[in-house]
Design a binder for this molecule. Sequence first.
Ligand SMILES: [Cu+2]
Length: 169
Amino acid sequence: MMMRIFLISIFISILSTKAYSASMNMIGEKGDPNKVDRIIEIEMHDNYYYPENIDVKKGETIKFIVKNLGNLVHEYNIGTKEMHIKHRPEMMKLVENEILLADKIDRKKMKEMSKKDHSMGHSHANSVLLEPNETGEIIWKFSKNISLEMACNMPGHYEVGMVGQINLK
Ligand SMILES: [Cu+2]
């Protein structure tokens, strides 16, 4: 009986590990709202962040309050350079499907499309997508020793400099 429970629990833990995105694991984890160490405010402009670079300590849970003060839709996404490169075609797909417009997000359409294609949902704990004048939040625990970028993957924005460094100290 014990053996059986043991095997079942191993099976469940393998399943849940698989369900967890490997790349997400690599950069840290979704932070606990009750364990926030520090709040950092980020302004998004056309097309840059202020502040441009930030320092975080390993193990720190940061609540990012992100304000879009520009006239265009912007993204605040925490990831490695490679993760951003991978994410850009997904963003392009959202633009092609007219879910993301230059200054508007069709959230209703996004929800509809995401039922058929999960990548269209753009719901990840490490990113927030905002229209002009919107404010969003990310709570992230920097539990891994890895250099990260905050980046906007709206087509063309990263390329003109909408990217900043998150330095882990
Ligand atoms: Cu942008």
